[in-house]
Design a protein around this ligand. Structure first.
Ligand SMILES: C[S@@+](CC[C@H](N)C(=O)[O-])C[C@H]1O[C@@H](n2cnc3c(N)ncnc32)[C@H](O)[C@@H]1O
Length: 250
């Protein structure tokens, strides 16, 4: 997942990319943001894409720094969010070795740390710390590996959607899939995408200087995984992980 991938997707973003804000019908992410928001605080939206979260953030915080690696995404966000004068747009690669930023009181990072490249993920997690003031908060949402495996097991056991119609065209592809899954990297729409374990998130954030306050499931309907979910298929529903963490005070 290079910058070029996100630039290419940008013009058709709504058709191509899962909308977390719309699909979180529990409102847990909005609730978590509102709980720590204040007109005295600044917030950065890391991986803001076309700015779906900006209206909420701009209304609840003093100032918003909308950050993304994609210039096209940022242009779309800017155009859509003209009504919010307290938003500043910043093109930045959070996976770059060293970043220079003015830290904010809060960072929101929703399904942005998806790269299959370990070095880029390490850098992104380090950048999270740099972007937040000491004592400030992080709200992080990422795909769940547990949920993905649970979905795969159901698909295979009950042949749902013809077992997800997975095609493994070559020995190279089979090797890549096997190697990736050991690292929690598994395809979404044929794109190798990092998925996370709950314990892994706890460890990663603790080692980056955060105190994890809570990790919660953000549940979606089975329609987000299967075209034809079996009628009997109910809870637990597929989920992403949401982490609320505080950067340790100095
Ligand atoms: C799946 S979208 C999520 C968008 C948004 N947070 C939302 O929930 O609607 C991921 C976004 O992260 C951005 N992104 C990916 N890698 C990045 C990086 N290294 N630095 C900054 N932004 C990045 C992409 O350009 C894309 O806009």
């Amino acid at each position: 997942m290079e910058r070029s991938y996100w630039e290419r997707i940008a013009p058709n973003y709504n058709e191509e990319i899962f909308d977390v804000l719309q699909n979180d019908t529990s409102g847990k992410i909005v609730g978590a943001i509102e709980q720590i928001a204040s007109k005295e605080k600044t917030v950065t939206d890391l991986g803001c894409a076309i700015g779906k979260w900006i209206p909420l953030l701009a209304t609840a915080f003093k100032h918003v720094v909308a950050t993304d690696i994609s210039a096209i995404n940022l242009d779309i966000a800017k155009e859509k969010c003209k009504a919010y004068p307290n938003v500043e747009y910043q093109r930045m690669d959070m996976s770059a070795g060293a970043i220079t930023v003015i830290p904010c009181d809060v960072a929101v990072c929703i399904n942005a740390i998806l790269t299959d490249n370990l070095k880029k993920r390490i850098n992104f997690f380090q950048s999270l710390n740099i972007c937040i003031n000491s004592g400030g908060h992080l709200i992080l949402v990422v795909p769940s590996l547990e949920s993905k495996l649970y979905t795969n097991i159901i698909a295979h056991r009950w042949n749902v959607d013809d077992d997800h119609k997975e095609k493994i065209e070559s020995a190279d592809k089979a090797y890549a899939l096997a190697k990736n899954i050991k690292q929690g990297v598994t395809d979404i729409d044929n794109i190798p995408t990092k998925h996370y374990l709950e314990e892994e998130l706890q460890l990663l954030l603790t080692l980056e200087g955060f105190e994890v306050e809570r990790i919660e499931k953000i549940n979606y309907t089975w329609k987000t995984e299967f075209t034809n979910p079996p009628k009997w298929l109910a809870e637990p529903y597929p989920w992403d992980w949401m982490v609320v963490a505080q950067k340790s005070p100095l």
